[in-house]
Design a protein around this ligand. Sequence first.
Ligand SMILES: [Zn+2]
Ligand SMILES: [Zn+2]
Length: 301
Amino acid sequence: MPQERDGRPDYTVRMAKAAKRIGIHLGTAGGASNAVLRAVEIGANTFQIFSASPRMWRAPKIKPEEAARMKDLRAANDVGPLVIHTSYLVNVCSQNEEVRQKSIVAFRGEIQRALDLGAEYLVLHPGSWKGLTRDEGLKLAGDSIEKSIDGLAWQGTPFTILIENTAGAEFSLGGSFEQVAELVARLRNHAPVAVCLDTCHTHVAGYDIVSAEGYEETMKQAASTFGLEAVRVWHCNDAKAARGSKLDRHEHIGKGTIGLEAFRRLLNDARFAHSAFIAETPEDDPSDEEKNVNALKSLVE
Ligand SMILES: [Zn+2]
Ligand SMILES: [Zn+2]
C-alpha cells in the first residue's frame, strides 16, 4: 500500500496501522502552521483548525511559504490528518439566493485553502433549510457543494469533504444519520465526500451512545446508513445538555452527560481504527487543551 501520495504522507492509509490519532481544535495565531507545534507541545498527533476567520466572508489566500512550513512541520513530527473546519457563516442550503451564492464562493475558498495546506479533511455543517422543505434543503446543499468544488484540483490528493452530523435543531440539516447519508450519496459521484460524527451532536440529537446496548444500536444505524468506514473523524465532545435535548453545548471530556466510559468504548472500537479523534471542548483555561487530549489518550487500551 502506498505510504505517500503526491509527496505527502497518506494518513488515510497509515492511520489504520500507526498509533491512534488523537487531537483537538487549535488556534492559528501567527499562521496556520504554528498549530503543528502547539499540537506537538500538548501531545496531540492530529488537529483541527479554521483556515481563516470563521466569522468573516472574505479570507486571504494561503501563502506558499506557510503551506510549505505546514507540510514540513507535519512530516517532521508525524502529525496528521490535518482537519479544517469550515466557517460558521457558510450555509450551502440557504433559501436566500444571496446567502447561498456567498456560501458557494466561501466554501470554494475553504476547499482551495485546504488543498493549498495539504489538508486531508474539510468538515462542513450541512446548513439550515429554514423556509424550505427538508428535501429542497438537501438538494440545494448537494448542488451548492458540487458547484463549490467544480474545477478544483482535488483528484490524486487525499482531500475529502466530511459532512458533520448536527445537534438536530429545527431546520438544521444533518440531525439524523439518514440525512447525512442522503447528502453523502448525492455527492458521491461529484466530490470526495465522507462523514464526521460529533459525539455531543449525536447524543443531544437523541442517539444513545452512553449505554453499551444503546451504543451498539446507534452504530448499527450508522452502519446501515453511511457505513462506519465513512466516519473519518469523530469530534469528541462531552455534552452539557441531556440526550435528546437538541442543545449543542460542548463539555470537557468526562465532565458531562456522556461520560468517560462512552469515550473509552468509542476510542477502543476496532471499527473506527481508521478514524481520527478530535476534541472541540471549551477552553476555560489555557491548560484545557492538553487536559482534554490527555483525557482521551488515557482511555486508549
Ligand atoms: Zn463538531
Ligand atoms: Zn457542536
